[in-house]
Design a protein around this ligand. Structure first.
Ligand code: TTP
Ligand code: MG
Length: 352
């Protein structure tokens, strides 16, 4: 079987990085996001400055403040983090359709059949991180490897703002040195159990026969047998068949007249057409335009359409804008809805 190319992207100190970005007076200071100490709160995450004091996720805020008295503790803003997460997922969408989000700040991308950058997953990962930095002001780290497990483990290697590649030739060398505690799914309790049998590294696991591993640890033993050899056959779990496709942009300054929207409309249209080309099997049935006004109200207008049509968007824009003619535009979005098609899940329905 052809070797796969999986990228694992993980944002650096995600919540804390967003807070520092949004409040530059925090730059360079140790910052944590979490519940207040007088309410027995815990730290959700902290930036790398705070980590040098020993502060980390899940630590009681009161204890973190003892380790680092100057620590700035900021209450979390989940909705805001979700919004940033969505923005990052839209960036992923430009690179591949095979995406498995793991949490707000991390995802797997399968780029095995991508032609971008001559198929170089290393360069694709670099470009994804560049786009994230450009468009959100936040840094991400990435791991590039032939499977999910290795990609996830190596995305941690050069954090923050770095990436690490484990090419098929380097898998052997990489796992030999890997401590078992780095394998996702191997927690503290499991680690202690394994240590009782002298198992601490992948090399230790490899010296134990498969039957013995399974006898002692069941499914976990089978998993360890594979991971210790750099094997992970799991496919990405992607979301359901697409019903629509859209692209949008938030402007740094609100737009106040039709002329100033033209370049944005043009480049969004180009991006939408490019992304549509990746779905030649799908037929569209609708085009829609979305506006977010200066007062944050959102409106959408849609019309039937069988074929992507630039002029239709030009027509829809003033219709949408006429709903709040005194407002500027913060965000412009263009989208299409697909006609329902036969999906893989339909094909897999029971035969009798
Ligand atoms: P992580 O990716 O584990 O951590 P991180 O992004 O803050 O830092 P790193 O640079 O090491 O990746 O988690 C992502 C977000 O999830 C994190 O910003 C806050 C949240 N989180 C919690 O709320 N509680 C927790 O215990 C952990 C680990 C994370
Ligand atoms: Mg992270």
């Amino acid at each position: 079987m052809m070797s796969r190319k999986i990228i694992h992207v993980d944002m650096d100190c995600f919540y804390a990085a967003i807070e520092v970005r949004d409040n530059p007076s925090l730059t360079g200071l140790p910052v944590a996001v979490g519940g207040a100490s007088d309410r027995r709160g815990v730290i959700s995450t902290c930036n790398y400055q705070a980590r040098t004091f020993g502060v980390h996720s899940a630590m009681a805020t009161s204890f973190a403040q003892r380790l680092c008295p100057q620590l700035k503790v900021i209450p979390g803003r989940m909705q805001h983090y979700q919004m940033v997460s969505k923005q990052i997922r839209q960036i992923f969408d430009r690179y591949t359709d095979i995406i498995e989000p793991l949490s707000l700040d991390e995802a797997y991308l399968d780029v095995s059949s991508s032609n971008l950058f001559d198929g170089s997953a290393t360069l694709i990962a670099k470009d994804i991180r560049r786009a994230i930095k450009n468009e959100t002001g936040l840094t991400a780290s990435a791991g590039i490897a032939p499977n999910k497990f290795l990609a996830k483990v190596c995305s941690d290697e050069n954090k923050p703002d770095g990436q690490c590649v484990v090419s098929p030739e380097r898998v052997e060398q990489f796992v030999q040195l890997l401590p078992l505690k780095k394998i996702p799914g191997v927690g503290k309790v499991t680690l202690e159990r394994l240590a009782k049998y002298g198992l601490c590294t992948c090399a230790d696991v490899r010296s134990m026969p498969k039957t013995e591993l399974i006898r002692l640890f069941g499914n976990l033993g089978d998993m360890l047998y594979q991971r210790a050899r750099g094997i992970d056959q799991r496919l990405l779990t992607t979301s359901r068949v697409r019903k629509s496709l859209s692209v949008e942009r938030t402007f740094s300054v609100d737009l106040n007249n039709t002329i100033s929207t033209l370049p944005a409309l043009e480049s969004l249209y180009t991006e939408l057409s490019r992304r549509l080309e990746k779905h030649p099997e799908r037929q569209i049935c609708n085009q829609q335009i979305k506006l977010k006004f200066s007062d944050f109200k959102v409106t959408t207008v849609e019309r039937q359409s069988n074929k992507l049509n630039r002029l239709l968007f030009d027509t829809l824009l003033p219709i949408a804008w006429s709903r709040s003619p005194d407002q500027g535009i913060r965000l412009l979005g263009l989208g299409v809805t697909f006609k329902p098609s036969i999906t893989t899940s339909d094909i897999q329905l029971p035969l009798f």
